[in-house]
Design a binder for this molecule. Structure first.
Ligand SMILES: NC(=O)c1ccc[n+]([C@@H]2O[C@H](COP(=O)([O-])OP(=O)(O)OC[C@H]3O[C@@H](n4cnc5c(N)ncnc54)[C@H](O)[C@@H]3O)[C@@H](O)[C@H]2O)c1
Length: 356
């Protein structure tokens, strides 16, 4: 179910509700108003580091604020200024933000399990940390924050495809803290005339995503393949997910940031879905290796199907995912095979891996 018209980059480039505001951008070139300096909180992480790389490619000067709690110094690029610090710390956040025209706010305690284990830390970073970023922005006259939200705010899925006004009933403290942070961003739009944008990501995958990525299926499958172990599929494998490549997520962030009139909340997915059985086939094909699969009982709480309705983002800031899943998986497997940090997480069975 992937879209074969989409493209992959080279390896080195690495219906609304009352609280949903959508404005259509008339800008034909969303990046034409690129502020020189942009703060990326969480810029040492998986998605943040891809945004930093793209900002540099487009001539902006990113500043990274990250405490390296789940990010990696290896993801930092020397061309971007790095401030090691916590988004909950007001002074550090204000210092990092000085001179910036826009903030990409990704720093977060990420994942449902982590939030169930430690809901106070989750809320401290995701809610109070976001408020701290909003307050710092207000002080510095930064009028736009692009906030990384999650499809986890929806909870149990009731309709497909999932539009922005789908009921929001999170199943974890993480989903609840992301929803609270979204609402704060929208309140600042109302109170202070800010133009904050919240992007709700579906299943993001791609370069710089390592096996430790809180239970994401693609790094787990990649890890199993590289250890020459069969893939475990929970349930019958007919469940579907919307996998969106991180390059498309980075592009969405930048397009949203620089589309003058875009505001509110937007779904960011590929707009296509694939079964887990099909994903297992595609990723083994991408690795050039067959490890087989085994089935385990379905996990309680797993949704059957997921698919983002991305029309609002298409309309507001011309979001158009470019990466076909098949190509993105080839790129990802090439990357993870040679990533030194991932290499230390498994014993690569080099002899069985097809060289491309
Ligand atoms: N990966 C996905 O599929 C996905 C899906 C939905 C939403 N998101 C959201 O996207 C954002 C980025 O996620 P990711 O997958 O890149 O995760 P990640 O863990 O790789 O990145 C998060 C970054 O934030 C940093 N960080 C954490 N707490 C911090 C703090 N208190 N102060 C400063 N820095 C801090 C970490 O060190 C890390 O570099 C998060 O906000 C996450 O909730 C991700």
């Amino acid at each position: 179910m992937t879209n074969s018209n989409k493209k992959v980059r080279t390896l080195n480039s690495c219906s609304s509700t009352s609280n949903v505001e959508h404005r259509t951008s008339n800008s034909s070139s969303p990046t034409s108003n690129l502020p020189l300096r942009a703060l990326v909180t969480g810029g040492a992480g998986f998605i943040g580091s891809n945004i930093v790389r793209r900002l540099l490619e487009q001539g902006s000067q990113p500043v990274v604020l990250d405490d390296l709690s789940s990010g990696y110094k290896e993801n930092l690029l020397p061309e971007a200024k790095f401030v090691k610090g916590d988004v909950r710390d007001r002074e550090t956040t204000e210092k990092a933000m000085a001179g910036c025209g826009v903030v990409f706010h990704l720093a977060a305690s990420v994942g449902n399990k982590r939030s169930i284990d430690d809901p106070l830390t989750d809320a401290g970073i995701n809610v109070l940390g976001t408020l701290n970023v909003l307050e710092a922005a207000r002080q510095h006259g930064v009028m736009r924050i692009v906030f990384s939200s999650s499809a986890g705010i929806f909870g149990e899925l009731k309709t497909l495809p999932i539009a922005e006004d789908h009921p929001q009933d999170p199943d974890s403290p993480y989903g609840a803290s992301k929803l609270a942070a979204e609402k704060m961003c929208l309140v600042y739009n109302k109170l202070y005339g800010m133009r904050n944008v919240c992007l709700r990501y579906f299943n993001v995958y791609g370069l710089n995503q390592r096996y430790d990525a809180y239970g994401n299926v693609i790094p787990i499958f990649a890890n199993r393949i590289l250890k020459d172990e069969s893939l475990t599929i929970y349930g019958d494998g007919g469940q579907t997910r919307d996998f969106v490549n991180v390059a498309d997520v980075a592009a969405a962030n930048i397009a949203a940031a620089f589309s003058p009139a875009a505001r509110g909340v937007f779904n960011i997915g590929s707009g296509t879905r694939v079964t887990i059985n099909e994903l297992a086939r595609l990723i083994q094909e991408a690795a050039g290796m067959e490890v087989g699969k085994e089935f385990a009982p379905p996990r309680p709480g797993d949704v059957r199907d997921s698919l983002a309705d991305i029309r609002a983002a298409q309309k507001a800031f011309a979001f158009a995912p470019q990466t076909d899943l098949k190509d993105g998986l080839v790129e990802y497997m090439e990357w993870i095979k040679q990533d030194p940090l991932s290499g230390s997480m498994f014993e690569v069975r080099g002899s069985r891996l097809k060289k491309r």
